[in-house]
Design a protein around this ligand. Sequence first.
Ligand SMILES: [Zn+2]
Length: 284
Amino acid sequence: MPRLSEVIAALESLWPPERAEDWDAVGTVCGDPDGEVTRVLFAVDPVQEIVDEAVKLGADLLVTHHPLYLRGTTTVAASTFKGRVVHTLIKNDIALHVAHTNADRADPGVSDALAGALDIRVVRPLVPDPTDPEGRRGLGRVCELDHPLTVRELAARAAERLPATAQGIRVAGDAEALVRTVAVSGGSGDSLFDDVRAAGADAFLTADLRHHPASEARAHSPLALLDAAHWATEWPWCELAASQLDEISDRNGWGLRVHVSKTVTDPWTTHAASNPTNTPGAPN
Ligand SMILES: [Zn+2]
């Protein structure tokens, strides 16, 4: 049975913390390095319902993509949302470890898992990591479709293959345009438009696209935008990460039981479709 410190060392070999962005807060949030680990749960968000799930499962270690605390705090009182998470974890002897932008930039990383969920072929990183001589690590991925799809078909595939959310997939652009090259980036991708254009992508699949960056990106370009729920674009990474840890466990004879949370932590829960005839200026 491995110690927490050994499992953390394995996780850090997959996602070295020094490869995270400067503003990020990755690594171990709580946990006793000498504690034994038998069961691990992977999830996107370190929220109370996920921690409750870890307790129910009997997990010793919860690994999440999103940090619990991104900035310093002066309280972990259980009367606060995050403090309650900390209390539940420590009372139940569960460690929390975060792999965020270091997992985004890894090879394979979050966007490889997103491309894999859609069964599309990754060619290279969208924003290569300059410290990687092989050019395989970095943010986002540029993918080629062996059989071109229309924007509509690509959106339908994303809607079909990604976990279900209230949002589904929002599309900007000509739905009948053909897509051969698609850029993908798990999580919020609207800082990457320049890189997407430079990559010559016909479409960009990401999340959290806002009005102004999206309308500017569309203004002088045929680039189609596919916007999914943030959680849905990152959840496939949990399965990838769990399989990577499983493999390490097998290699070391650790016998870890590795689980992926199926709990939907996308904050948006219901979608109301507009009345298509209710357009400004339309007769009523
Ligand atoms: Zn995210």
